[in-house]
Design a protein around this ligand. Sequence first.
Ligand code: NAD
Length: 269
Amino acid sequence: MILKGKKGIIFGALDTKSIAWKVAELAHAEGAEFILSNAPIALRMGTINELAAKTNSEVVACDVSQDEDMNNLIDAAVAKYGKLDFVLHSIGMSLNVRKKNPYTDLNYDFMHKTFDISAISFHRLMQTLMKKDAMNEWGSILGLTYIASQRVFPDYNEMAEAKALLESFARSFGYHYGVSKKVRVNTISQSPTMTTAGSGVGGFDAFYTYADKMSPLGNASAEACAQYCVSLFSDYTRYVTMQNLYHDGGFSFTGISSDVMEMVAKSGE
Ligand SMILES: NC(=O)c1ccc[n+]([C@@H]2O[C@H](COP(=O)([O-])OP(=O)(O)OC[C@H]3O[C@@H](n4cnc5c(N)ncnc54)[C@H](O)[C@@H]3O)[C@@H](O)[C@H]2O)c1
């Protein structure tokens, strides 16, 4: 029960595969109470009510690209719980990826939308929380990211820049929130994971297998990611802030693995 008595908001549970879904299940098992939030359209299409019943949570709609929605959500959370201890931002969307536009022929209106939903929303969330003084001291705010922010993965498209921006907001806002309220802000850089957002990336299956074979521990699952998130919401990680934390089975520090060497050797036979 490492989250006993802690209150929060979990964004981004669309269906049972979602990383946020696994975080909600585990946070509930560890004693947390929270509001579940997603975009209105996702609430209509997804199965979040099942999760809400299971975790005894309320669902509040919020399109994270809209100031008014964000204001209303934070007001609702504070009215219900008082100040919050944790928030998970588990949100990503790219219209250019959806429309399969190649990286060298992108639509800029779509790009603006991608950055707004996938990255600027993280700043919007933290700014709204700060203005409303909605976080308890030593609270924890987490975003989810992918290593394409730091290295080139051609099929990740404009989401690479969206994630670079997200990670940068975590560092910069983490400074300001740390100084003013002792709130910590981090991003977790997760292995490829079989979810709706994940499998939208071109060539995802090959991507997934390659990462699995490159990682000494193999790809980290959504369940394992949930465990890491819960540890970062707990009091055991109070001095971790402004970090981009790799949760990837060792992928990020592996130059090449014997498995991949073998695959390459075989393909040349
Ligand atoms: N799946 C992967 O391979 C992988 C790897 C590393 C990081 N991530 C990141 O993990 C996070 C969660 O993704 P996931 O893999 O669980 O997929 P997912 O599709 O289950 O979750 C993405 C969520 O974003 C929500 N969303 C989209 N537009 C929104 C808006 N305007 N307002 C509010 N919510 C909106 C969706 O409704 C959905 O619930 C994302 O940030 C993603 O980039 C995923």
